[in-house]
Design a protein around this ligand. Structure first.
Ligand code: GLY
Ligand code: MN
Ligand code: MN
Length: 457
């Protein structure tokens, strides 16, 4: 059971039952003899040049009202061990801050006259060496979790006035106010050039992670839980290059690929099967890629695997061709699903391409906005997103799939247990869309050749 000791700073010191007591003599010895603390983050963030305009757009939507955008709180995993912290995306978008030390911080937009707001960041001050928290507090002590920027440093990093975290005034809170959450989602729908560049970095690191996975296939296939091995290999790249994975990696072999979000990843890899890998690296700035490739574990698609793959690829190409400013968000989905339905009818799986019976085999919508969150802008209202039109600067995935369940009696036996998804990330341009993930192969021939090269075949 965690216990608390008094602290002279913002919160009680977090200690646990196996912490040794501190004698007054030790406490006094610990309190002196330290050099002046070196700065913990003192450089203006490049994104700080962009955040004032973002905050101004938010301010304009709520004149005269106080707005609170919390980074969020640490969550206990067990006892004194917390889950790794990632700030809420709206907080990061408005402040540029994305580190683990942001837990508990709150951006407040204080009404400043009838129209504008002043941004004030409520942050935890550094723990001074006169306060025993720096070596005793397991949650926030600098000797436990590392230093954090002080108020002046955070101010220099963000360009936002910083005050010590304390009791917060009432106001519209993004964590609880549905209207504010919707507005924050909608303001993030169109990405600026800096965000698109961050997304491209996320995609490039993800492509490197996919290559790592192919190179690791021989060892993964020799392991009884090869899917886990693949998850680990991709996770290594994600953690080495960025903040980690933007969502739990889906490493689904054989019929596991028919489960949309197979993240148990506890199966073996069989050379006769396909591997569906859906994974994304999240940059340190917290932008994530979301890419899926479906690979033949033998290095060669079988005729029936290729047949399914080719249909999904044709659907994806039809979807991508439908992307342009002014097109309805649902248009690319409709275009792709039309191809799938016609293909299924041609195979005799469906009696006709009409109606929505193809959805038995496609299960979900074939794309979504992408950005700081994998399912970005999820709180945007339908009229701005699902029923809205595409705009230049939006970034989204196109990810049709066919999920032919192993126990589906409507399917001929040879098709059962095959799952294929092809997922790419694109930015809407004035002319149409630009593929951010074009560095990874998509056609069956290009996939085979790529695997050959990486495996030295
Ligand atoms: N990785 C989750 C998705 O593709 O939406
Ligand atoms: Mn996706
Ligand atoms: Mn995905």
């Amino acid at each position: 059971m965690a216990k608390s000791a008094p602290s002279t700073t913002t919160s009680p010191i977090r200690t646990v039952s196996h912490d040794l007591p501190v004698s007054p003599e030790l406490a006094s010895f610990m309190a002196s003899g330290w050099e002046a603390a070196p700065p913990a983050g003192d450089v203006r963030l490049p994104v700080a040049a962009l955040t004032p305009a973002r905050r101004a757009r938010l301010s304009a939507r709520f004149p005269g009202e106080r707005i609170l955008v919390p980074a969020g709180e640490l969550r206990v995993r067990s006892n004194d061990c917390d889950h790794r912290f990632r700030p809420h995306s709206a907080y990061t978008w408005l402040t540029g801050l994305g580190g683990e030390e942001q837990a508990g911080h709150v951006l407040v937009l204080e009404p400043d006259g009838p129209h504008g707001h002043e941004a004030v960041l409520h942050v935890r001050p550094r723990s001074p060496r006169t306060d025993e928290g720096f070596y005793r507090d397991r949650r926030y002590g600098e000797f436990w979790v590392g230093p954090r920027p002080g108020l002046a440093e955070a101010e220099r990093m963000t360009g936002i006035r910083c005050v010590a975290l304390g009791g917060l005034p009432p106001g519209r809170n993004a964590a609880t106010d549905a209207d504010l959450a919707s507005v924050l989602g909608e303001l993030r729908l169109v990405k600026d050039a800096w965000e698109v560049a961050e997304l491209q970095r996320a995609v490039d690191h993800t492509a490197a992670g996919f290559e790592d996975v192919v190179c690791a296939l021989p060892r993964a296939m020799a392991h009884p839980r090869g899917e886990r091995w693949i998850e680990g290999v991709f996770g290594l790249r994600a953690r080495a290059e960025g903040n980690g994975t933007g969502y739990e990696t889906i490493a689904a072999s054989g019929a596991h690929a028919c489960v949309l979000h197979w993240i148990r990843n506890d199966g073996p890899l069989d050379a006769r099967e396909l591997l569906l890998l859906d994974a994304g690296v999240e940059t340190d700035s917290l932008y994530t890629a979301d890419i899926t490739r479906t690979l033949p574990l033998s290095g060669r698609f079988s005729p029936v695997q290729r047949q399914v793959y080719e249909l999904v690829l044709a659907a994806q190409e039809a979807g991508i061709a439908a992307l342009r400013p002014g097109a309805g968000f649902r248009d690319f989905h409709r275009a792709g699903m039309r191809v799938i339905a016609e293909g299924l009818a041609e195979w005799g799986v469906l009696k006709s391409a009409e109606g929505d019976f193809h959805r038995r085999y496609t299960l979900c919508s074939s794309g979504h906005m992408l950005g700081l969150d994998v399912h970005d802008c999820a709180r945007a209202r339908a009229e701005a997103y699902l029923d809205g039109v595409l705009e230049e600067g939006q970034v989204l995935t196109v990810e049709p799939g066919l999920y032919l369940q192993p126990d589906d009696e409507t399917l001929p036996p040879e098709l059962r247990g095959i799952g294929v998804r092809i997922e790419d990330d694109l930015v809407i341009t004035a002319e149409g869309a630009r593929l951010l993930s074009g560095g990874l192969p998509r056609t069956p021939g290009a996939v085979e050749e790529w695997m050959d090269q990486l495996l030295g075949g």
